[in-house]
Design a protein around this ligand. Structure first.
Ligand code: AMP
Length: 397
């Protein structure tokens, strides 16, 4: 069974074709600059990379190009589109409408469209991706896999903000959480690696990348997470501010004479480690040899400190922790930040292994706590596409 996984953004579309008999990726690629001049498809298959520079005025044309590449004699991996058993789509926001993945029908699409008001940067593009696929592959089942769904198990006292309950009810203002597929995947992998039933584990998963979130997973269920109503809440990120006192917004508007949307754009795109360093949103740039000092170092240290505070908070929320997991671009690759977060948590039962942290191997699970450590610290490569493919296989059967 082959599953196509689609992650559609407003001007981009990432895809992977996964053979579910052995969960291997047989082709993957990226369409960029959809509906902008200079569209380009980069397709990787059979160990080679192919680049196609054709106009992609919309997502439907992009999907058609992807399918053409997948079946083409030169760079294809399948004989016909019929080999694609189902398509799994990443959809960012499910609100409270879905608590797990669903097979797409007209009603589901309508709900996803309605929820665009909660995720205006993501859901419209995700829906566009689904509709484009439906047009080009009308007989192939489509599945929507939501970023928020894994967090639907959060208790009400954890997801509610301290605002009027009627505003939560009327306007759906609450904490939803994101990166759900990643937190679900790495917490499951941690249990497998340790040979334990996930029901018996308290896990804190730190998804640290350009966007970052930390989740408390108790018995396999998300019970709290750092991102909120939008991905802006939580730790400072690449360009997002993370938590700030909401009064700062009005104060900034007065001081800079900016509108509310200008300030929101600032908080989403100009803050975080980019804002503090006034240099770059990319952790590699900030930590490159010879430049890891001054405001670059301050930005990275502020980031790590905030992650550490969530780790402490979630250990309290769960009355303990058995495993701390690091994943995503920064979590999987950067020993300095992992050390700054977990290197000094002896009181919690973490016996951190500096050598193992420095000498970890990329792309596989590494244990970076000492064998005697009460709390295990693991680096686990995430795989959100595989979660989408597994969910799609489960529902499309
Ligand atoms: P992601 O959003 O998960 O793709 O992560 C992107 C972030 O991971 C960027 O800020 C990268 O600089 C960072 N990253 C990727 N590789 C490394 C690395 N080897 N060391 C430090 N940071 C890295």
């Amino acid at each position: 069974m082959k599953i196509l996984v689609i992650n559609a953004g407003s001007s981009s579309l990432k895809y992977q074709l996964i053979d579910m008999t052995n969960e291997s990726v047989i082709a993957k690629g990226l369409c960029e600059r959809i509906a902008i001049s200079g569209s380009v498809l980069t397709h990787k298959a059979n160990g080679k990379e192919f680049v196609f520079k054709n106009d992609m005025p919309n997502h439907k044309v992009a999907i058609k190009m992807v399918l053409d590449a997948l079946v083409s004699p030169e760079c294809g991996v399948i004989k016909s589109m019929d080999e694609i058993a189902a398509v799994g789509h990443r959809v960012v926001h499910s609100a409270e409408d879905f608590t797990s993945s669903v097979l797409v029908n007209d009603e589901v699409l309508k709900i996803c469209e309605k929820n665009s008001e909660l995720a205006p940067l993501h859901n419209p593009a995700n829906v566009m991706g689904i509709k484009a696929c439906q047009e080009v592959m009308p007989n192939t089942p489509m599945v929507a896999v939501f970023d928020t769904a894994f967090h639907s198990t959060m208790p009400d006292y954890a997801y509610l903000y301290g605002i009027k309950y009627s505003d939560y009810k009327n306007y759906r203002i609450r904490r939803y959480g994101f990166h759900g597929t990643s937190h679900m995947f790495v917490s499951g992998e941690a249990a497998k690696y340790l040979g334990k039933d996930i029901k018996d584990l308290k896990i804190i998963t730190c998804h640290l990348g350009n966007g970052s979130s930390i989740t408390a997973v108790d018995g396999g269920k998300s019970v709290d997470t750092s991102m909120g109503f939008t991905p802006l809440e939580g730790v400072p990120m690449g360009t997002r501010s993370g938590n700030i006192d909401p009064a700062v917004i009005e104060y900034l508007m007065q001081k800079k004479g900016q509108t509310i949307s200008e300030v929101m754009n600032y908080l989403n795109k100009e803050c975080g480690v980019l804002g503090i360093s006034e240099n770059s949103s990319d952790f590699r740039d900030l930590m490159a040899e010879g430049v890891f000092n001054g405001k670059n170092k301050l930005a990275v240290d502020a980031f790590a400190y905030n992650v550490k505070k969530y780790v402490g908070a979630y250990a309290a929320a769960m009355n303990g922790v058995d495993v701390i997991v690091f994943t995503a671009g920064v979590g999987e690759n950067d020993p300095y930040i992992r050390g700054a977060v977990a290197g000094n948590l002896q009181y919690m039962g973490v016996d951190f292994d500096d050598e193992a942290n420095k000498n970890f191997k990329r792309g596989i699970i590494s244990e970076i706590s000492k064998p005697s450590s009460k709390v295990k610290v693991l680096v686990i490569p995430t795989n959100e596409e595989l979660v989408i493919a597994r969910e799609t296989k489960r529902l499309a059967k």
